[in-house]
Design a protein around this ligand. Sequence first.
Ligand code: E4P
Length: 217
Amino acid sequence: MKFFADTAVIEDIKDLNDYGLLDGVTTNPTLIAKSGRDFKEVIAEICSVVDGPVSAEVAAMDFPGMIAEGEHLAEIADNVVIKLPLTLEGLKACRHFNQNNIKTNVTLCFSANQALLAAKAGATYISPFVGRLDDLNLDGLDLIQDIRTIYDNFGFETQILAASVRTANHVKDVAIAGADVATVPAAVIKGLANHVLTDKGLEQFAKDWAETGQSIL
Ligand code: E4P
């Protein structure tokens, strides 16, 4: 499973990239607003750091507006992926971009039928939001499993990009369910390396090693 960083904070992106933990980046209007930076400038900077796909979301709600904005965003860099909402207008725009060899990420997916429509529209990625379903006491993981089954049944090539993934357990669960990608906040990705028994074991090994009085170099 690939890891995308769900952030517009360039320092976090550079940090994860240096560890070799990053396959791409997703942004959304909320993350851009939080960054306090110019949208196109921050997307260009992320694309200069990351080789993988970088999702940039349109703001328009109508088909012509989405096409105009998407074409403009696609000019920023070759690895820009146009993020479109899962509406009928967004699906129409998705089909257009697919026919023009521009990659798309169809976002705000909350049902398996929505994901089916996105695949039929030729989406490169579908973003089902796990955490926001869990917030409503619904099961975000069920959604990932259902989409995996449907896509495998019909051989759709659209990649399942599990979004709104907020915890280490979410990461494990969507990986088991067969998501192709998980987009995850930077701190959660780094936190996956932590285990209390790793820390405890390392502390003991360091103590025992010191007692040998040896040096490897
Ligand atoms: C990514 O594409 C989504 O916009 C993001 O994962 C949403 O996460 P949230 O539900 O934690 O805001």
